[in-house]
Write a protein that binds this ligand. Structure first.
Ligand code: SF4
Length: 413
């Protein structure tokens, strides 16, 4: 099998594994076999996704993920696995032992050189590298680190590199991966050991997964960052498989909030469960993608807007409302009777108003130093979604004058 054929299999199939980068190539809601897809199949199935991108290489179609970078840039990222062989038995995964996808394995140098060639041709700007587990997590992590070492030190690759920390990797390996990567991720998959047992019976929540996140933060706090390749430690992310373990939104957000505040977690990814044929969960219904969307919105409120978990609305089962975004739900219960005075409120109150984000709040603070803000037009010019904010604000003590929204039309931000 030639190199691009292997890469086509490792990249298409990499999108079937939960991997800590939002995928442009989410499997369709219908169960599917996890074997390699032809280029035409890849395009038919995923071509409409806004973050999808493809490279045609010697007749093989390589899917690329247009990753959102800090500052809003988008980079074509190659998501590949070093090997798609795995001896673990995660119930949701098409690579689990006993499944029959077409498996491929790269040597670290083979994959590093292949990726660098794509990078030099301008096809892929960055690499997300993961792996199945053969032998043990330590061995799989060694392979990822070898590939990263070759890229950084022998091939002098200076671009974006995201390395997965494998379940069971050792502390020194986490430190080495952090010296080489721009981001590392450790997928918890579930919000507790009990939930994880329903998804991945051979993964140990505390010793294999949570320990890695703890080590990453200890390394950031205790070692000078000069030994990291950019002179600063990489951020850490995690991912949850949402749905089949029966976890609630409150379970997921409680852990996410704790990890952000205590272990410096930069971001949690919420992957709506979608079943694969040939896995024990093939008959389980797919999770509603709107659930993951609400979880993302809520996690951004916790991370970027200073919300406390207690301020979010949950139903008695611990679920976020699906029909309304969590910030609007908060505003309806907390701000409808006590609107925020835009000319005097501190930043943390401004960002709680629907239609005002962190950047817009800064613009409001700067503008009101120059003059009082008295109209929705002024707010609109500063970036506020004025119709959305209007019910929850006052301008110089008065409810703003506004046009009635069209019936049935709800602003979306
Ligand atoms: S460790 Fe689990 S999720 Fe990862 S490739 Fe193996 S079976 Fe799939």
């Amino acid at each position: 099998m030639d190199a691009f054929h292997k890469l086509a299999l490792a990249t298409c199939q990499a999108n079937l594994e939960a991997d800590g980068e939002p995928s442009a190539f989410r499997p369709s809601p219908a169960p599917e076999r996890s074997g390699g897809l032809t280029g035409r199949q890849v395009r038919q199935r995923y071509g409409a996704h806004p973050a999808s991108w493809f490279a045609d290489l010697d007749g093989y179609t390589i899917p690329l993920h247009m990753a959102a970078m800090p500052g809003g840039r988008r980079l074509p990222l190659l998501k590949s696995m070093l090997t798609t062989a795995c001896e673990r038995n995660c119930l949701y995964c098409g690579f689990r032992a006993g499944c029959d996808p077409q498996r491929v394995t790269f040597q670290p140098e083979e994959l590093a050189r292949l990726f660098l060639g794509l990078h030099q041709r301008g096809v892929a700007h960055g690499l997300f590298l993961s792996s199945g587990i053969l032998g043990c997590g330590v061995r799989a992590q060694d392979g990822l680190i070898d590939a990263a070492e070759i890229l950084r030190h022998r091939l002098h690759f200076r671009g974006y590199l995201h390395l997965k920390i494998m379940p069971g990797a050792e502390r020194d390996q986490v430190a080495r991966a952090m010296q080489l990567a721009d981001r590392v991720s450790i997928n918890l998959e579930a919000p507790s050991a009990g939930h994880l047992r329903r998804l991945a019976p051979r993964k140990d929540f505390d010793d294999e997964l949570l320990a890695g996140l703890r080590w990453a933060e200890e390394i950031r706090q205790s070692r000078p960052p000069q030994s990291a390749w950019r002179g600063r430690w990489p951020s850490t992310t995690t991912q949850f498989v949402v749905g089949p373990a029966g976890e609630s939104d409150l379970d997921l957000l409680t852990l996410t909030s704790r990890l952000m505040s205590r272990l410096g977690l930069a971001r949690a990814y919420f992957e709506s469960f979608s079943p694969h044929l040939g896995t024990p969960l093939e008959g389980v219904r797919p999770e509603d993608p709107l659930r993951a969307h609400r979880l993302y919105q809520a996690s951004f409120l916790l991370r970027d807007y200073g919300f406390d978990l207690e301020e979010l609305a949950f139903n008695p089962q611990g679920g976020l409302p699906r029909h309304i975004d969590p910030k609007l739900a908060y505003a309806r219960s907390a701000l409808a009777e006590s609107p925020v005075e835009v000319n005097r409120a501190p930043r943390q109150q401004l960002v709680r108003v629907p239609g005002i984000g962190p950047r817009t709040a800064e613009a409001l603070l700067a503008a009101r130093r120059q003059q009082a803000l008295r109209s929705l037009d002024q707010l609109h010019r500063l970036g506020v979604i004025a119709e959305r904010a209007a019910p929850y604000i006052t301008l110089d003590g008065h409810a703003p004058r506004r046009q009635l929204p069209l019936p049935g039309v709800e602003p979306t931000t």
